[in-house]
Design a protein around this ligand. Structure first.
Ligand code: RIB
Length: 342
């Protein structure tokens, strides 16, 4: 009975075939170095026992894995799915594979995955860091795991980065709302420790100042997570404000969709009673009940560029690689959620 039983190791084959480990290895890797009768005999034993060569053991011997890991903050966020699609496009071109992992915004989870990547000796890692102290990235380097930072402007001399100018993105959102006549604007932000959020806030406040408006006039509603549930909660808080804003900028589209749900449930009209602007321009932004105005970030392009940089750093011409920090520009996509009636 043939079948692939994962417990069958190369030693079972050598015992059954009466040959050395070297002979079995040659039959698998360099069959022309084994006589035809011996080759046939060993191959029959391999088939009969259902022996499967361990790809990870082969990769370890070869010194380089064919797997690149992608460690994202939130697999529930379509923004990171688009990044993964872009990364996979480049990696598959190189006949390699992508292992997608989720830190859930947890620095501890991130470190746990580092141990797995080191154990599996992945070729390299694409990372949107949850830990902002730089400790995780230093540990990646200490374990000899090349990395490219995605979605954060690189300050790491030890690795490449691909990001979008979030300061410009925050400014785009607010300039649009101010030019639409809004003066009472709220900002539903995310975890203040995330550089991406800090930059969006800084850009928003700079745009207010450029318009001659006091930056502190923007009412910030911080949230702990960048997801729809946090957006719903923020929407409820907006509704409870004594002085309700006429517009709200959300740090990403999931928050904006949550805010939209809360306002809709409370009978607050969007954009008539409150305009909404999101961030990322994920696929669901355009498909929302009230199509969402959003600051578009080329997520798939980010993933492809980051993967290409990592492939350069870990490929046959690695010695020629020089770290790069790529900064892409966002663009505003205006839809009904912020259009003022003219
Ligand atoms: O990476 C942090 C945040 O930036 C994510 O929520 C994502 O949506 C992007 O906007």
């Amino acid at each position: 009975m043939t079948g692939t039983r994962l417990s069958i190791g190369i030693k079972s084959v050598t015992r059954e075939a009466g040959v050395s480990v070297g002979t079995v290895s040659n039959v698998l890797n360099q069959p022309d170095r084994v006589s035809a009768p011996t080759r046939r005999h060993v191959q029959q034993v391999i088939t009969r026992l259902g022996y499967v060569r361990s790809e990870s053991a082969r990769q370890l011997r070869a010194g380089r894995s064919r797997i690149i890991s992608l460690l994202v903050l939130d697999m529930g966020n379509p923004f990171f799915v688009d990044i993964a699609r872009g990364a996979e496009h480049a990696v598959r071109e190189a006949e390699l594979g992508v292992m997608v992992c989720n830190s859930g915004q947890s620095p501890q989870e991130e470190m746990d995955y580092l141990a797995l990547f080191a154990q599996q000796r992945v070729r390299g890692a694409l990372v949107t860091p949850a830990d902002l102290s730089g400790h995780t990235l230093r540990e990646f380097r200490r374990h000899g795991i090349p990395f490219v930072v995605i979605d954060r402007v690189g300050g790491e001399e030890e690795g490449c980065s691909v990001a979008v100018d979030d300061v410009a993105g925050g400014a785009l959102a607010i300039r649009h709302l101010v030019s639409s006549g809004h003066r009472a604007i709220a900002f539903v932000s995310g975890p203040a420790r995330l550089k991406q959020i800090q930059d969006r806030s800084a850009g928003a406040r700079a745009a207010l100042a450029d318009a001659g408006l006091p930056p502190e006039s923007m009412r910030e509603l911080p949230v702990g997570r960048l997801d729809v549930a946090a957006g719903r909660d923020a929407g409820a808080r907006l509704l409870g404000l004594m002085e309700r804003p006429t517009a709200v900028f959300c740090a990403n589209d999931l928050l904006a969709l949550g805010v939209l749900q809360s306002l809709y449930a409370a009978g607050v009209r969007v954009p008539e009673d409150m305009a909404i602007v999101g961030y990322d321009d994920i696929e669901f932004a355009a498909a929302a009940t009230v199509p969402l105005t959003s600051v578009r970030r080329p997520a798939a392009t980010m993933g492809t560029l980051a993967a290409e940089l990592l492939l350069q750093e870990t490929g046959d011409r690695a010695s020629e690689h020089r770290h790069e920090h790529v900064l892409l520009q966002p663009e505003l996509v205006v839809r009904r959620s912020s259009m003022t009636a003219h």
